[in-house]
Design a protein. Structure first.
Lengths: 311, 473
């Protein structure tokens, strides 16, 4: 659905995006993760045919972003960091305006506006001037605008940036509800919790380059190693030096907590548990410690910096 | 037809939204209402007072000419609002962050551009028409004789084209600038020429030379199309979002200018060859156009001999030999002073053509050649009509003219080319970039071809032409 090869954008002497490759199948959510200035927005703008790539190619829903710019824009819904609403309009007028620009018939546009406003909880405020809307409401209305022409591709550029927690939750929930088998989404963010909640795939961008890219789970495994499990005990473990089964590493030990890296949990976990009980350790709980995207991200950046140094 | 309407529809959608937005903004509505309703009454009062005053001294002609002049002023004030609206049309949306959703729609560039342009011009123009109607109604109520219909049509047409010219210029500025502050600073490039224009029109009106105003209308219509063309030719979605601040980047300006000036040449000789071949070849269309314009100038000059004929008596033929002797004394052979004087005069004319061309997208740059050819044609016609043989007249012109005229044609063509390049679609380059490059190319042709040719022509004119005349006449 979205394909980019060697996508590059140069502004005078500055390379904002440097040879990015992307392949996002239909129905997937790709999160572009990176700090401010990493090149996320520039990538999105190239995918919406606003910026012309300096090098490389990209296709969105089968349309070339350079040669078929108008078609690309008609199949893409874009939500930008700045909501860009017209303060003197109300929600109905605003959506009606964009509906007409996307070539929708008046009745069709009205029906969709009505449904979207209902869906995002804005129906009650539809006749209020947009200048009176809160940040969360504005962003939800922008999301409604992006969905008005029912695009198969959604590009969401830092939709919750600079928002208070309540508003960003509001918008995140709305985005979460947009997942569907026939809609492809690219979400740019530097909010790791948001990325973790919404992503199928993650691409970590640094200085205009994709330094890591893959499915969320496999990316974590690749960067942080095998899954870890933690045993919570009712007694202290001081001095315990039990023999660990093969494929198990003890990664940390606290007074009443042991953490293990386990390469094959399916077969090894029952053996380990039996061993702990045999060693008279009173196990209260034994559970997986989820890999944190934040740690994976930090590890990816660390590796990238190391590679840069070596270069 | 259906297809055209489909294409126009988004333009009207943009225009409607913007107009509605303006009508909701009290900062636009209140001044426009004032200028539409109260200002015309003030002008009615002024007109009445002036008419009464000047009629006491039998100078009723001043009063009669004041009435249409005030009508023009009543019409002009509301359209000045259009400048403010147009200046912020793109860049204002950029600053408010609302431009990106608009750029993300499947709108084509021209649709967006035209929609914005119309929305800036229509409300102030409607206000202007209303104001003029109120003014005329006031005059009618007070039994002041109204201007005749052709003059009314002329003033309405002038007001309309002035509004469209201002808006077209302002939209170009707005689509190229990076902030509202920058557009406000650049507004003087529109306000000052329009102020001069209004002053010129006022003089013409008081002079009573109303037919000349139709030429102004025609000129402004051409300028409007050129400005729209320039604006669209360099309209870039990318630039609207890309640049954030204006910095006077002298280094970049110099690099852009120098690259275009040098054109990749390795040394002076290869640069010269490049200018002579590619530089002049690039101008072939403009050279052809300037040749035609020059020929039209000659034709017009000769055709004006009849209506503007005056007798020179025996002067043209009297003591021709003696005069030529005097000329050769004044311009001694190998005397450098007269050569430089003639050369500098011609170079100045070429610089004037360039300055005129810069302010008119090349159009007015054609005037010096056109006028010179016109004068040459008129003089030729007048002198031959009074007994000077055409061959003698041509001997005065041709020895140096065969070099000077092509040089001036090429120099004027380089100015015309500056305008053509500005109006040629090139979304990869900004107006400023293209302007710098075309200035560099003009200078290339001037230094490489025109100025050396003018120097040779000046030498021939000072040293050879009088001798040839002396020996043959």
């Amino acid at each position: 659905m979205i394909f980019a090869e060697d996508l590059t954008k140069q502004f005078d002497d500055f390379t904002a995006v440097d040879g990015i490759n992307l392949n996002v199948p239909q129905g997937n959510v790709l999160v572009l993760l990176g700090p401010n200035g990493a090149g996320k927005t520039t990538t999105v703008r190239m995918l919406t045919s606003i910026l012309r790539p300096s090098r490389g190619t990209a296709q969105v829903a089968g349309y070339d972003v350079v040669k078929q710019a108008s078609q690309v824009r008609s199949v893409v819904g874009v939500l930008t960091e700045q909501h860009g609403l017209y303060g003197r309009m109300d929600a109905d007028e605003y959506l009606d305006f964009f509906g007409q620009l996307y070539g929708l018939e008046k009745d069709q546009s009205r029906k969709r506006s009505h449904d979207l406003l209902e869906r995002f909880g804005l129906a009650v405020d539809r006749k209020k001037r947009l200048s009176t809307y809160s940040k969360g409401m504005r962003q939800k209305l922008s999301l409604a605008r992006a969905l008005l022409h029912q695009p198969p591709v959604l590009l969401l550029d830092e939709p919750t940036s600079a928002m208070d927690p309540e508003s960003s939750r509001m918008v995140r929930d709305a985005i979460s509800g947009l997942r569907s088998a026939d809609r492809t989404i690219i979400l740019c963010t530097h909010n790791l919790a948001e990325a973790e909640e919404l992503a199928d795939q993650v691409a970590i961008i640094r200085k205009g380059k994709v330094i890591r890219w893959g499915l969320l789970a496999s990316l974590k495994q690749e960067l942080l190693g095998p899954t870890e499990f933690e045993a919570q005990l009712s007694t202290h473990v001081d001095g315990w030096m039990g023999q660990l089964p093969e494929g198990v590493q003890l990664t940390s030990r606290e007074q009443n907590r042991l953490r293990f890296r386990i390469f094959n949990p399916q077969t090894t976990n029952p053996i380990l548990l039996r061993k702990l009980l045999e060693d008279q350790l009173n196990v209260v709980s034994f559970q997986e410690v989820p890999h944190n995207l934040e740690n994976a991200y930090i590890e990816a950046v660390r590796l990238a910096m190391q590679a840069e140094k070596e270069d | 037809m259906h297809k055209i309407l489909q294409k126009i529809r988004p333009v009207m959608v943009i225009t409607r939204r913007e107009v509605r937005d303006q009508l909701r903004d009290w900062r636009i509505i209140i001044p426009v209402l004032f200028l539409t309703i109260f200002f015309p009454y003030l002008m009615n009062f002024t007109a009445q007072q002036m008419l009464d005053f000047v009629s006491q001294y039998g100078a009723s002609v001043i009063g009669e000419r004041l009435v249409p002049f005030l009508l023009m002023i009543v019409g002009f004030f509301p359209i000045s609002v259009s400048l403010v609206i147009a200046l912020e049309t793109f860049v204002g949306e950029k600053e408010r962050g609302s431009i990106e959703p608009l750029l993300n729609t499947p709108l084509e560039d021209w649709q967006l551009y035209l929609g914005k342009l119309l929305s800036s011009v229509v409300p102030p123009l409607v206000a202007s028409y209303l104001g003029m109607t109120v003014y005329l109604a006031g005059l009618a109520i007070k039994n002041v004789p109204l201007p005749e219909f052709p003059m009314l049509a002329q003033i309405f047409a002038l007001t309309t084209v002035q509004a469209v010219v201002m808006v077209s210029g302002a939209v170009v500025v707005s689509s190229q600038a990076t902030s509202v502050r920058a557009t406000n600073l650049l507004a003087s490039f529109i306000v000052i020429p329009v102020a001069f224009l209004i002053q010129g029109e006022s003089v013409v009106m008081f002079w009573g030379n109303y037919d000349s105003l139709w030429w102004v209308v025609a000129g402004l219509v051409i300028l409007t199309f050129l400005l729209m063309r320039v604006g669209l030719a360099h309209f870039q979605r990318e630039e609207l979002l890309g640049r954030e601040i204006d910095v006077l980047n002298i280094k970049w300006m110099w690099r852009t200018f120098w690259q275009a000036f040098v054109g990749g040449a390795q040394n002076v000789w290869s640069w010269f060859r490049q200018v002579m071949s590619e530089g002049v070849k690039e101008l072939r269309f403009s050279i052809a156009a300037m040749t035609v314009i020059g020929a039209v100038g000659i034709w017009l000059g000769t055709s004006l001999v009849k209506p503007f004929y005056f007798s020179l008596g025996d002067a043209p033929l009297e003591n021709l030999q003696g005069r030529l002797d005097l000329l050769t004394e004044l311009f001694p052979i190998f005397g450098i002073g007269p050569v430089l004087m003639i050369w500098w005069q011609n170079v100045r004319v070429m610089i004037l053509a360039m300055i005129l061309g810069v302010f008119s997208i090349g159009v007015l740059g054609t005037l010096p050649l056109f006028a010179s050819m016109g004068v040459a044609g008129y003089l030729g016609g007048l002198l031959t009509a009074q007994g000077l043989p055409l061959s003698t007249y041509l001997l005065f012109l041709l020895p140096h003219g065969v070099i000077e005229i092509p040089a001036v044609i090429i120099g004027s063509a380089a100015v015309l080319q500056m305008g053509l390049v500005q109006a040629t679609p090139n979304a990869d380059k900004t107006v400023g970039e293209v302007w710098l490059m075309s200035l560099a190319k003009w200078l290339r042709v001037m230094l490489g071809v025109v100025i050396p040719l003018l120097l040779i022509a000046a030498a021939v004119e000072a040293w050879v032409t009088p001798l040839v005349l002396k020996s043959l006449v």
